[in-house]
Design a protein. Structure first.
Ligand SMILES: Cc1cc2nc3c(=O)[nH]c(=O)nc-3n(C[C@H](O)[C@H](O)[C@H](O)COP(=O)(O)O)c2cc1C
Length: 187
């Protein structure tokens, strides 16, 4: 498992997004094994393959990008932003993980499930990237909700692109990590 933890990368280029059903089932099965308080399992995973829906999601992503760029210009945010070609969003399959709003720690539980999912995809040599940008702002989040006709009881914290990348995971650069001394506090 440590091998997959190290191998997983946020990959933003795909040549094919068609995942065989047995792989997709294995990947979602790994998500549902995640822990949650009282085993509430407060999650749902929408697997978006439809071209038109992916096109709309790409536009939502681009709209959020424009908004963040404007906020940066106005000095309203200091969050760094990738300038990226978003065509990969239409090639990949998009997984939209949702959590049940009223359940305690639902969002935390979902994050654990999503990490499981990304690691299982990595184990199967399938690339993923988690993206918060399409759901960062309420307007865009509501548009996302409409696309999947999400019930009011649930919300979308981020989305996952999943597919086959042109290079193996190991060939993607590893973004630098903070040194352990800086983040581990022994008391
Ligand atoms: C909650 C969350 C939101 C993210 N949002 C975006 C995003 O909107 N766009 C993007 O290109 N990457 C996004 N990422 C990916 C991170 O940029 C990436 O994980 C980080 O740079 C570390 O790289 P690594 O995953 O290859 O180790 C997000 C990751 C997480 C966990």
């Amino acid at each position: 498992m440590l091998a997959e933890i190290k191998k997983r990368r946020a990959i933003r280029e795909y040549y094919d997004g068609k995942i065989p059903d047995k792989d997709m089932e294995g990947i979602i099965n790994s998500a549902l094994m995640a822990p949650s308080p009282f085993n509430a399992q407060p999650w749902k995973f929408y697997v978006v393959k439809d071209k038109q829906k992916k096109f709309r999601i790409r536009n939502i992503y681009d709209d959020s990008t424009k908004k963040i760029q404007l906020y940066k210009k106005l000095c309203l945010t200091r969050v760094p932003i990738y300038e990226q070609d978003t065509s990969f969003l239409e090639i990949a399959t998009l997984i939209i993980p949702c959590y049940e709003i009223k359940t305690s720690y639902a969002r935390d539980s979902l994050a654990m499930a999503v990490q499981n999912l990304m690691l299982e995809a990595t184990r199967r040599n399938i690339a993923t990237v988690c993206m918060g940008r399409p759901t960062r702002f309420k307007k865009q989040r509501d548009q996302m909700r409409k696309i999947i006709q999400l019930e009011n009881s649930h919300d979308i914290p981020y989305i996952i692109a999943i597919g086959y990348a042109p290079k193996p995971h190991e060939e993607y650069e590893i973004p630098e990590r903070k040194p352990i001394k800086e983040i581990m506090v022994q008391i």
